[in-house]
Design a protein around this ligand. Structure first.
Ligand code: F6R
Length: 246
């Protein structure tokens, strides 16, 4: 794993965007795997600024998002479809039909999971997957205990995830308790991974990822150590207690 230490959230966002822009310019037909949540908002803002200023085009780019809540209408402002539209897709020249987010409102959620996985495979897989990390070590919504062999599936969100994500809702009761997420194997199949980490509340998770003793399903992000091409961009607040490797 390659680690890049930066000063703060702004620098992480800038460096992550530069990384993505370079890949898009080198391969205008790239398939990006994308994350939601607080961490990538600044990265997406930098992508938009660059698109407006330098004209980087996303016309031929395809995207697959990691996850979506179960039971929230896509138009709900807190759905991950709305998040992606509002924070990125509506502001760049991407073809919306090539932006894939699981649909957490299908009656047959298992069929939706299978079809999401199949669409991704038929498309040739993800070239560059952008990831955040949960303070419990989740990647996507693969909570501790998820099999490393998992493909796109339905998950019960961990109480700590519901609590962490309640900041985006009026109250904790409004946070959906389930989600559809790419599985760990789905994520590991991406050709390249960019993990962005910011803030003191991620310090323990980053420490365990870089300095922890073992690769274990009880700490999902540890699987990234088995991936041949991972870059981590982490800010000082997140990496303060890292003893080596960053
Ligand atoms: C979001 C996702 C999650 C988040 C993680 C960190 O699509 O898959 O794994 O990356 O929960 O969330 P933030 O960035 O809000 O701290």
């Amino acid at each position: 794993m390659k680690t890049i230490k930066v000063k703060d959230y702004e620098e992480m966002s800038q460096k992550a965007a530069e990384y993505i822009i370079k890949k898009v310019r080198n391969n205008p037909k790239i398939t990006l795997g994308l994350a939601t949540g607080g961490t990538p908002v600044g990265t997406y803002r930098n992508l938009i600024e660059d698109h407006e200023k330098n004209g980087t085009s996303y016309k031929h780019v395809t995207t697959f998002n990691l996850d979506e809540y179960v039971g929230l209408p896509q138009e709900n402002p807190q759905s991950y479809r709305s998040f992606m539209d509002n924070n990125l897709f509506n502001h760049i020249d991407i073809n919306k039909t090539e932006t894939h987010v699981p649909n957490g409102n299908k009656e047959t959620l298992h069929t939706e999971c299978k079809s999401y996985e199949k669409t991704l495979i038929d498309h040739g897989g993800v070239d560059l997957q952008v990831l955040g990390i949960g303070s419990n070590g989740h990647i996507g919504f693969n909570e501790p205990g998820t099999s490393f062999e998992s493909k796109t599936h339905i998950v019960d969100l961990a109480p700590s995830t519901i609590e962490a994500n309640s900041r985006f809702f009026e109250s904790e009761q409004e946070v959906p308790t389930q989600a559809i997420t790419m599985g760990i194997q789905t994520i590991m199949n991406s050709r390249e991974i960019l993990l962005i980490v910011s803030g003191e509340n991620k310090r323990d998770a980053l420490f365990q990822l870089l300095n922890g003793e073992e690769v274990t399903e009880s700490f999902p992000a540890s699987v990234l150590r088995n991936h041949p091409c991972v870059t981590i961009i982490a800010d000082e607040a997140a990496s303060a207690n890292i003893k080596y490797g960053i």
